[in-house]
Ligand binder design. Structure first.
Ligand SMILES: O=C[C@H](O)COP(=O)(O)O
Length: 254
């Protein structure tokens, strides 16, 4: 794969205006890592401020509505994200699937709206512990890919603006990181499904790993074949915790 590794910090529902200083610190450090694509996804209230505070890193939302505008109290459209200068949106995170009952069809509709608005899209997939223990992890993730990826998009659009984050639910925020060999196997499964949809252009779609990534484990995860980056939660909340992951992406273990 020729693309730069993609390291995305998802602040989830954390932070305050004070965290602008963390975003600025990441942005300042980004010039030391030209071979890494770095981005942050703050909560909506801080998105515009972070966008204005940084120049070298990407900024994205954590969700969007399927519609461009209208009577949808509390929601935010992809067009609004694009309007304030966001580069991408994270969709179908397991916390949204859990907290808001989002299913694959809804995630796909959101992805279509986001791509239509010109945004990049990171679609999250991943199995629960019960599904892994039952031996159905690959089947579950393959089904999520088939249901939530916008298959009607051209392969060229997918190759340039779509990423997939494989995040085993049991590894998110638990400190329990997936074994590298399991990460490799799951990324292969994701790639096979993407290739079935988009053909050989699917090789260019970055597949990120997410789930308790930190400065200690990042190098071995990011060096794994097929891993195109990381979607980082807890360790993205401070520049001190996040930047070692960026550094690991710049020089993954051989
Ligand atoms: O979006 C990020 C992932 O859910 C991973 O979160 P975590 O790094 O806190 O485990």
């Amino acid at each position: 794969m020729s693309q730069r590794p993609y390291i995305v910090g998802n602040w989830k529902m954390n932070g305050s205006r004070a965290m602008l200083s963390e975003a600025r610190a990441v942005d300042r450090a980004a010039q030391r890592y030209p071979d890494v694509e770095i981005a942050l996804a703050p909560p909506f209230p801080f998105l515009g401020s972070v966008r204005e505070a940084v120049t070298a890193i990407g900024v994205g939302g954590q969700d969007c509505h399927t519609a461009a505008k209208g009577a949808h109290t509390g929601d935010v459209s992809a067009a609004m994200l694009a309007d304030i200068g966001a580069d991408f949106v994270i969709l179908g995170h397991s916390e949204r699937r859990r907290d808001h009952g989002e299913d694959d069809a809804l995630v796909r509709a959101k992805a279509e709206a986001a791509l239509a608005a010109g945004l990049g899209v990171i679609i999250c997939v991943g199995e629960t512990l019960e599904e892994r223990d039952a031996g159905t992890a690959e089947a579950v993730v393959s089904r999520q890919i088939e249901g939530s990826v916008p298959a009607g998009e051209s392969a060229a659009v997918a190759a340039s603006r779509l990423a997939v984050a494989y995040e085993p639910v049991w590894a998110i925020g638990t400190g329990r990181v997936a074994a590298v060999e399991d990460v490799i196997a799951m990324h292969v499964a994701v790639r096979v499904r993407l290739a079935a949809i988009f053909g050989e252009e699917a090789e260019k779609i970055r597949i990120l790993y997410g789930g308790s990534v930190n400065g200690e484990n990042a190098a071995s995860l990011l060096a794994a074949p097929g891993v195109g980056g990381a979607l980082v939660g807890g360790a993205s909340l401070t520049a001190d915790a996040f930047l070692p992951i960026v550094a690991a992406a710049a020089q993954p273990e051989g």
